[in-house]
Design a protein around this ligand. Structure first.
Ligand code: ATP
Length: 413
């Protein structure tokens, strides 16, 4: 079964408001095996909304419309849906009595305009609102269903869970939706897609999505089958081919981010970690320490932005900084060794680079980074240049690369 969601409200078309109701509804519908095929946001415009409702009901069996059920002129949902279905509305005294009662309990007079909320579309089943004044409506039209829900999220959630879920559970044909999330690092998005497209293009089901964010990538495989067993078998079939193609580029199969994966490996071998950061300014330590329980392996670190602190806190020799510059393989190596010496940690990560957008006084090109990873026996340095003229992204890329390198290192030893 397929559904579309329409969020109503001109405020949802401004930069300051986001339609979160549809996220909640999508999750709930997916749990029932109902696929959301489109979402729309429509302003407070009766005709426009009526035509969107008409179009949606022509495309799918279930259309859920949220918001616009209030008492004011710009609350157009009831009128628009009545127009779309070519049905009249009738005044329902019991609803008005309920609204009046609500105002009485709040010790406030009911404004006359609230009478509009007692209008019900012909043939609709009224969904009482236990959290607010606007009742919802459930309307069946041949094999199509339109559901009107209030906009405020707490009202919508309550009404959906109590009154729509049981109805939908009865009519939704059995469909199990399962998702496999693979997280990948250490390759570009295009490299990733080039590697796995020949596999996933052969299947319409599961649907495959590739997401990329600051060097971190995710492949989502979403299987829709009549039973849970079939969905899981299909995911295993396609997932195993993708896993084979990507090998150790995959760092997680359960959604865990890299800092969690690395943390688990460190904890399992009772190893400790320290960091020495220049260009990332503490961003790496922030990610590592965000993980609950990270105190078991993360000792802490050094934010040595200046040459002085690289010398004072990490013991990087002044002549080395002078000869090679602070953004260099040699400095990264000396920072990692200094951090290992000063803390006694098993592993150290050191990052030095130029996050841009300009080339600094030491002539390190914008986006150039050196990341050193290792133990007191062996430190390796990797070099990368990201051309992005965006400090936030470049710093995030560097932290991601550092965690990826440490993860690989932990896989080897
Ligand atoms: P009310 O009678 O309470 O006004 P309503 O059904 O008319 O109910 P709206 O006026 O459309 O609801 O929205 C009320 C508030 O609910 C909005 O200001 C917004 O804060 C929130 N809201 C509405 N729609 C959404 C949505 N799709 N996602 C998140 N919040 C929403």
């Amino acid at each position: 079964m397929e559904a579309e969601i329409i969020a109503v409200g001109s405020e949802m078309l401004t930069a300051g408001r986001v339609d979160t109701n549809s996220l909640f509804l999508t999750a709930q519908l997916n749990d029932l095996g109902i696929e959301v095929t489109a979402k729309h946001v429509i302003g407070d415009d009766r005709e426009r909304l009526a035509s969107a409702v008409r179009r949606a009901l022509g495309a799918v069996r279930l259309v859920i419309i949220s918001g616009g059920l209030g008492p004011t002129e710009d609350d157009v949902t009831r009128d628009a849906v009545a127009l779309a279905l070519d049905r009249r509305q009738t005044f329902t005294p019991e609803i008005l009595a309920g609204i009046e009662q609500r105002f009485r309990t709040m010790n406030r007079p009911m404004p006359e305009i609230n009478r509009r909320q007692a209008m019900v579309i012909e043939g609709a089943h009224v969904l009482p609102n236990e959290r607010g004044t606007a009742p919802g409506q459930w309307i069946e039209d041949a094999d199509r269903i339109a559901v009107l829900l209030p906009g405020p999220p707490h009202e919508l959630k309550h009404m959906f869970e109590r009154q729509c879920l049981p109805r939908l559970a009865r009519i939704a044909p059995p469909l199990a939706i399962h998702t496999l999330v693979l997280r990948i690092s250490g390759m570009s998005e295009s490299e990733l897609d080039q590697t796995i497209a020949p596999i996933y293009k052969r299947y319409e089901n599961p649907a495959t999505t590739v997401l990329a964010h600051n060097g971190d990538m995710q492949v989502h495989l979403r299987a829709r089958c009549a039973s849970e067993r079939e969905a899981k078998a299909l995911l295993a079939e396609v997932g195993s081919q993708i896993e084979l193609a990507l090998g150790d580029r995959i760092y997680s199969r359960n959604g865990d981010p890299l800092e969690v994966v690395v943390g688990q490996k460190l904890a399992a071998r009772r190893a400790t970690l320290t960091v020495a950061e220049s260009a990332t300014g503490g961003g790496l330590a922030d990610r590592i320490s965000l993980v609950a329980g990270s105190s078991a392996y993360f000792l802490g670190g050094f934010v040595t932005y200046s040459r002085r602190l690289k010398m004072d806190l990490l013991g990087v020799p002044e002549d080395l900084l002078h000869r090679f510059g602070p953004v260099s393989r040699e400095t990264a190596l000396a920072m990692a060794n200094g951090a290992l010496r000063r803390t006694g940690a098993t592993y150290a990560i050191a990052i030095t680079g130029n996050a841009g957008p300009t080339t600094d006084g030491d002539e390190a090109p914008s986006g150039a980074f050196f990341v050193a990873i290792g133990t007191s026996q062996d430190v390796q340095v990797a070099h990368r240049v990201w051309p992005a003229p965006d400090r936030v992204r470049v710093r995030a890329f560097a932290a991601q690369m550092a965690l990826d390198l440490l993860n690989r290192r932990l896989n080897q030893s």
